[in-house]
Design a protein around this ligand. Structure first.
Ligand SMILES: [Zn+2]
Length: 312
């Protein structure tokens, strides 16, 4: 018995190291038994999303917000945000950089930027995943952004995927193994994506039409592997790593930001014509509250909740 267990463990380790070496599994539907997902997560920081039992339907929350902010700070290459120092001005930062501690802090920060993070996110949201004879179409938070094709976007974390993963304006993952598809369909309420990523970059997601300044940001993740798992039994069901798009983070960041700039130009054209007398409108950023969701004063309306709109 011991020998069998040892052999099994060895097999798992071999599979794991094969993945580590090649990174990509060419056949999406190999049908082979994959190790438990806990083995993939081992050594990863995990970012978990799940339904919030307190706030009712449709609401998801991070299980561990600190891991998410850590991932964002690492992606933004912001060592100060990483250490939770949000209110430092340039002088504070300059003093900090000169301190003896900074060098070793920077070293461990750089090492962390090479660590893997696991994102664990439920499959189903409002709509059920659809199954076809040659694959399945899951829902990610019910949205596909027309200008963000080739990406999965989970909250504000963007993961590059191949264009072949879209069909009829939906995400679509090919799988020719009908047995596997039947198995997935029977577990549809328990399906999760397990996405292994490394920190990438902070990108501008949109610009304000009022002052052309960046208004929202997202985090571009560097993809490592993608699996479909059963959140209930903890089994890994399907390896979709070949659906990920290996990217140059710097180039990808530029592409995403130029898309956001195009949206800005479009927004400006739709904004209307200039009038000397402004119309007082509710602030579009804070929706009239004068405060942002993080409690800070809204910078667009300076906390007044209203803006002078000259374009109408
Ligand atoms: Zn405001």
């Amino acid at each position: 018995m011991k020998n069998i267990l040892a052999a099994l463990f060895f097999a798992i380790v071999c599979v794991m190291s094969t993945y580590a070496q090649t990174g990509v599994n060419d056949d999406v539907a190999t049908g082979k038994i994959l190790p438990l997902y806990s083995q993939y997560i081992e050594g990863c920081y995990s970012i978990t999303y799940d339904k919030d039992p307190n706030s009712g339907t449709g609401a998801y929350k991070f299980f561990d917000e600190s891991d998410v902010s850590e991932f964002r700070a690492l992606s933004a290459n912001d060592i100060f945000a990483y250490h939770g120092k949000k209110n430092m001005d340039d002088l504070d930062k300059a003093v900090c950089v000169k301190s003896g501690q900074y060098k070793s802090d920077m070293l461990s920060f750089q090492q962390k930027r090479n660590e893997k993070f696991a994102i664990f996110t439920p499959f189903v949201y409002k709509d059920m995943p659809k199954f076809y004879g040659d694959g399945f179409a899951p829902c990610f938070d019910g949205k596909i952004r027309s200008n963000f094709k080739n990406f999965i976007e989970i909250y504000d974390i963007i993961i590059p995927i191949k264009p072949t993963c879209f069909k009829d304006n939906r995400y679509f993952f090919k799988c020719n193994d009908t047995e596997k598809l039947l198995d997935l369909r029977s577990r549809k309420d328990d399906l999760y994506f397990l996405i292994i990523v490394k920190p990438g970059a902070k990108v501008v997601k949109s610009y304000s039409v009022y002052d052309s300044k960046p208004s929202t940001y997202a985090t571009l993740a560097s993809p490592v592997s993608l699996y479909v798992v059963d959140g209930n039994t903890k089994e890994t069901l399907l390896d979709l790593t070949s659906c990920l798009r290996k990217v140059n983070i710097a180039t990808e960041k530029q592409t995403l930001e130029s898309l956001a700039k195009k949206e800005l130009q479009k927004g400006k054209r739709e904004r209307g014509t200039y009038h000397k007398t402004p119309r007082i409108e509710r602030c579009p950023t804070c929706h009239g509250s004068g405060r942002l969701s993080n409690g800070k004063r809204c910078s667009l309306c300076n906390g007044s909740g209203t803006i002078d709109n000259h374009y109408y």
